[in-house]
Design a binder for this molecule. Structure first.
Ligand code: ATP
Ligand code: MG
Length: 422
């Protein structure tokens, strides 16, 4: 009996993997341009990290984590998101003491969540994310948003919508929280059990509920914007001014609440407006989390970040009909006829590869015609043909597959010849 792949996961095969390489390359290149450095953290962490760092009342911690005990009976969890691990590492490696502040980091790593699989929602997925740690300048909030938008735009996405909100500072949130409790409490029995649990602990989460999103009390719920103190208002205005300065359009949505507990001030999501993108339209989300470093044992460190999954990015590209130019062709395919030529082709191929030329040969003892077919299938720019006659003359016959021109080249000069034609 054969064994299948686990639900919610997938193989990325040649043909598809080139697209992944391309978008990963774009993410890395844009990160470098914005002066963000790569960080890689382990696939699993202590379960406590996510309970504390993501928050006990979140969907991730409540329902979605892959948690197991190892042979030493420690509770470990496959990383469901990147911010808590990066923050752990920031504290553990005392990055707050580094001379270059803020510390600007990016990651491209697989995440694991036990979810109901559907288009755009998997149990293993890859997130590209960034974290800018150690600055409370609203201009860096705008920089972070701009970085995400740059990656999407340069890959060819046009139908994007940036949704912006603020969650305010602790004081604003407290006042908002009280108003939310007063709003929902009298009719909380009409809400799901999750919301009932959230009411006193974290009523903001109610606004993020997927089951009760159409309840009439949702629309009339008090807005955070009415509860912002002066400082929070100014902060939000300054973020908007920086976005305007970069010509980045946005819409304000006071109901936008991020799914994680540690956010304050700026919260944002980037959505796809492409037709046929499907039910899930969020491409990425992020925001400011000024309390997290302190919660995880470090000094007070204002920080902001975002995460996008590459799976949803690829879906958006598909929905907008953007095709990525991937390099598939081979520079040279060596066709050898006869035992001696076959032997010689081993060293010729090796010479080509040492010289940086993408090349291949037949390993199935194919006839000449079939070798040409293989060269065609591999989209070889040149086919170099070696028979007995060529061998005695010390030359090889090189055919340019675009023009059809054929030319004799001294074997030792094959690499130089192909490099010139590249
Ligand atoms: P959603 O509301 O769609 O569940 P979320 O709030 O759980 O999203 P975040 O934790 O903020 O999402 O993750 C950031 C980004 O990661 C999302 O915007 C999305 O691009 C992606 N993402 C989240 N969960 C998945 C998943 N299961 N499969 C693929 N991509 C995902
Ligand atoms: Mg989710």
């Amino acid at each position: 009996m054969s064994i299948n792949i686990p639900r919610g996961t997938k193989d990325i095969l040649p043909g598809e993997v080139e697209k992944w390489q391309l978008i990963e390359q774009k993410a890395k290149e844009v990160s470098a341009r914005f002066n963000y450095k790569e960080i890689r953290t382990p696939i699993f962490e202590h379960t406590d990290l996510f309970q504390r760092g993501v928050g006990d009342s979140t969907d991730i911690v409540q329902k979605e984590m892959y948690t197991f005990n190892d042979r030493g009976d420690r509770s470990l969890t496959l990383r469901p998101e990147g911010t808590a691990p990066v923050t752990r590492s920031y504290v553990e490696n005392k990055m707050f003491g580094l001379p270059g502040q803020p510390v600007k980091l990016f990651y491209i790593q697989p995440m694991f969540r036990y979810e109901r699989p559907q288009a755009g929602r998997y149990r293993q997925f890859v997130q590209f994310g960034i974290e800018a740690m150690g600055s409370a300048d609203p201009a860096i909030d705008a920089e972070v948003i701009s970085l995400a938008m740059t990656v999407y735009r340069e890959l060819g996405l046009k139908k994007l919508r940036l949704v912006l909100n603020t969650l305010g500072d602790a004081q604003s949130r407290k006042s908002h929280k009280e108003a939310l409790i007063a709003h929902f409490e009298p009719r909380i029995d009409e809400f799901c059990s999750d919301c009932q649990n959230r009411l006193l602990k974290n009523p903001l989460r109610i606004l993020d509920c997927k089951k009760d999103r159409d309840h009439e009390l949702m629309k009339s719920a008090p807005s955070i914007l009415e509860h912002l103190n002066e400082e929070s208002k100014t902060y939000f205005e300054d973020v908007k001014t920086s976005l305007d300065a970069m010509n980045i359009d946005y819409v304000i949505d006071p109901t936008l609440v991020r799914g994680l507990d540690y956010y304050n001030h700026t919260a944002f999501e980037i959505m796809s407006e492409a037709e046929g993108f499907g039910a899930i339209t969020t491409l990425s989300g992020g925001g400011r989390y000024n309390g997290l470093v302190e919660d995880l044992g470090g000094p007070a460190t204002p920080s902001i970040g975002f995460a996008m999954s590459l799976e949803r990015l690829l879906l958006a590209l598909e929905a907008e009909g953007v095709t990525l130019e991937t390099e598939e062709e081979l520079d040279c395919y060596v066709v050898a006829l006869g035992d001696e030529a076959k032997q010689k082709s081993v060293s010729i191929l090796s010479q080509l590869r040492q010289n940086g030329i993408k090349s291949d040969k037949d390993y199935l003892d194919k006839k000449m015609k079939a070798q040409f077919k293989a060269a065609d299938r591999l989209k070889a720019k040149y086919v170099a043909i070696l028979g007995e006659e060529e061998l005695t003359k010390g030359i090889i016959n090189v055919k340019n597959m675009d023009s059809g021109d054929q030319q004799e080249v001294v074997i030792e000069e094959l690499s130089t010849f192909i490099k010139q034609g590249k």
